[in-house]
Design a protein around this ligand. Structure first.
Ligand code: NIG
Ligand code: FE
Length: 422
């Protein structure tokens, strides 16, 4: 995917221009469903940024004067590019063997206990070269762009030792230099206990806090730090030690919380001032209230529930109604959610979690940007923000989740450059 050189673009005559205008703060309750639609809308870009947004007629003269290249978006929805705030992009290979075992009746946790799961990805990662990891990730990044994602978080986490974690973070650094998409790097500091430390979680946590976290901070390899706080992974005390160490080194916490069982991870996230708490399947009513009162973005990942064949999904409706800032992301990873399609995540959010299409769109753009501390730059279409947007081949935004499991994205624009066209 070779990006075209930057130029001025005039995206005009959009049947619906979804702006999400309203400031760089997370949307809650009713405002989650307010898309700020301009009918027959247009948008003018200049030098990677948005110059103007408004009714198409009102921008025509300026577009002509600036000799902007017109793109007729008649019959289309134009909206901000998706902000996918939770991915595990860098992994060595698919886990189709685990997949088939699960289809034959084994559970995710049983497979993990038997040495499959994250451990098997880590073994393969150890043997993988930087270039093979990079090439696979670049291929996925082209697909992310084609499905309309323009900014995404990328976690390490399949290293399970210091050298291998640094290796993944270096791959992410090299990807950031190559791809046109914005990648936000996260150190997944606790993911699974390496088999060599079995029975000695304490020692591993000490290694992570004393060696890994400072090394990552020193080389500026990550902006955020994440931990998997759950049954079969790490307990609240270990996670607290690691998140606190991360904070002391300047990394911003986020947390995998209450996915398999309720551990109190969400409370830990709130206590640490986490940017987000993610998954949240097993929240208690009191947790929902606490999240709603906090600034922690509640990030829901229904792709994982879908792929694991679960009947129950995270309590999106209760979170929204309580006033939590809800975001949606893919959780792209080889074990529980091998999808990079945010449009399909919207379909799951609507059909399985009772979100409206408008709520799902805000959760997948502006609120995702808030979860990545990027809402001042991306997540909405407003003058001065990055020109990160997509043109979808349908006239009504509600048709994005409605016509499910297909790609509606016709054009992806990143910082004013067309990086994908159908
Ligand atoms: O977000 N929960 C931990 N991490 C991933 C799964 C990782 C894997 O199984 O490879 C998740 O679901
Ligand atoms: Fe995850």
């Amino acid at each position: 995917m070779k990006p075209h050189p930057p130029r001025r673009l005039f995206l005009c005559n959009a049947t619906q221009l979804v702006t999400l205008a309203g400031g760089p703060v997370p949307r809650r309750r009713l405002s989650l469903g307010e898309l700020g639609i301009v009918p027959h809308g247009a948008l003018l870009t200049q030098g990677g940024s948005i110059l103007r947004v408004g009714p198409s007629r009102s921008l025509e003269r300026e577009a002509l004067r600036l000799r902007a290249e017109a793109i007729d978006c008649r019959g289309c929805v134009v909206m901000p590019g998706f902000v996918d705030s939770h991915t595990h992009l860098v992994f060595p290979a698919s886990r189709v063997d685990d997949y088939e075992l699960r289809l034959r009746g084994k559970t995710y946790e049983e497979i993990a206990q038997a040495g499959g799961g994250i451990q098997s990805s880590a073994r393969k990662l150890h043997a993988a070269s930087l270039s093979s990891l990079r090439d696979q990730a670049l291929n996925f990044l082209d697909q992310f762009a084609a499905y309309g994602t323009t900014t995404m978080e990328v976690k390490s986490g399949y290293g399970l030792d210091i050298e291998q974690e640094l290796k993944i973070l270096r791959v992410i650094r090299s990807l950031r230099k190559t791809t046109t998409l914005d990648l936000v790097p996260t150190l997944m500091a606790l993911h699974a206990l390496p088999s060599s430390f079995r029975g000695h979680a304490d020692e591993y946590v000490r290694e992570v806090t004393r060696r890994l976290v400072p090394a990552v901070a020193r080389h500026r390899l990550a902006e955020f730090i994440d931990v998997f706080c759950d049954r079969g992974a790490f307990g609240v005390e270990d996670c607290r030690r690691v998140l606190v160490a991360g904070k002391q080194s300047g990394l911003i916490p986020r947390i995998h919380a209450e996915q398999l069982t309720r551990t109190g991870a969400t409370r830990l996230g709130i206590e640490c001032g986490a940017a987000s708490a993610d998954h949240l399947d097993k929240l208690s009513t009191a947790d929902i209230r606490a999240l709603a009162r906090s600034d922690v973005v509640a990030t829901l990942l229904p792709g994982a529930n879908f792929h694991l064949g679960l009947k129950r999904y995270p309590p999106a409706r209760r979170l929204i109604d309580a006033g939590a800032a809800v975001a949606l992301a893919t959780d792209f990873n080889p074990g529980t959610s091998p999808t990079l399609n945010m449009q399909f995540v919207l379909s799951l959010a609507c059909a399985q979690m009772g979100m409206t299409p408008a709520e799902a769109i805000t959760a997948a753009t502006l609120n995702g940007a808030c979860a990545l501390h990027r809402a001042n730059r991306v997540g909405s279409l407003e003058a001065g923000k990055q020109a990160d947007l997509i043109v979808l081949d349908l006239p009504d935004y509600r048709e994005i989740p409605y016509y499910f499991a297909v790609n509606h994205c016709g054009i992806t624009v990143k910082r004013g450059q067309i990086v994908y066209t159908r």
